[in-house]
Design a protein around this ligand. Structure first.
Ligand SMILES: C[S@@+](CC[C@H](N)C(=O)[O-])C[C@H]1O[C@@H](n2cnc3c(N)ncnc32)[C@H](O)[C@@H]1O
Length: 208
């Protein structure tokens, strides 16, 4: 098992109980995402955690495949889906790198609070691009460490070294937008809420 999987397994219960940091902003992001969905939508969520976002969108789409590296996160997600009688989400333990599906399988790929945890965000964004159908939608809310948070970098690195924190890649909102465009997407909606370090992006794969 990788250090990353161990870390997320260890904190899964605590993570599931922690409140959303800015509920209004989160709800707005859900609403914007929902406006791109249809009852026929096939969705892939990368790094789904305890499944809250997938569970929210499930009534409005055909099917969601939700993957995560952590079995404990997925166990909680699965229990939440069962409790809510939701049957159109398939939870699957997999890293983003190992996940396999034919190119052009999905109408939407979501990647929330995950790109900054990967050694190579561009690789994951390109994978999302390939997995999307022409005209498909990539949606991501991603921590882009700016300002004061940057000062904490040495402490965060130390925490990651001792396995107390996940390894975090620092990049700017501009760099993230550039990576998304470089993969071939067109940015359709970009929002950096006030007092937030999480850039919300909706990007479209060209339809031809
Ligand atoms: C910060 S949590 C975000 C969870 C969820 N997307 C959310 O917004 O609440 C990051 C999640 O990504 C998962 N994860 C980390 N590295 C991963 C990888 N390489 N492949 C798949 N999942 C990964 C972790 O297990 C964890 O559940």
């Amino acid at each position: 098992m990788t250090a990353s999987a161990l870390f997320w397994d260890r904190i899964a219960k605590r993570y599931s109980k922690s409140p959303v940091s800015n509920k209004k902003v989160y709800e707005r992001k859900l609403e914007i995402t929902k406006s791109y969905l249809s009852p026929e939508s096939e969705i892939l969520e990368l790094g789904c955690g305890t499944g809250s976002t997938a569970l929210y969108h499930s009534p409005f789409v055909k099917h969601i495949t939700a993957i995560d590296i952590s079995k404990n996160m997925l166990d909680i997600a699965q229990q939440k889906a069962a409790d809510a009688n939701i049957t159109n989400i398939s939870f699957k333990q997999s890293t983003i790198d190992d996940f396999n599906a034919p190119d052009g399988s999905y109408d939407m790929v979501m990647a929330h609070s995950i790109l900054h945890l990967l050694p190579n965000k561009a690789h994951a964004i390109k994978k999302a691009y390939n997995l999307l159908k022409p005209g498909g939608v990539f949606v991501s809310s991603t921590f882009c460490g700016r300002g004061k948070v940057k000062l904490l970098r040495p402490f965060l690195a130390l925490g990651a070294f001792f396995g107390l924190l996940p390894k975090i890649s620092f990049f700017s909102p501009e760099s993230l937008q550039m990576s998304i465009k470089d993969a071939g997407f067109r940015l359709d909606h970009v929002w950096l809420p006030e007092n937030s370090d999480a850039l919300f992006v909706v990007a479209l794969k060209p339809s031809h």
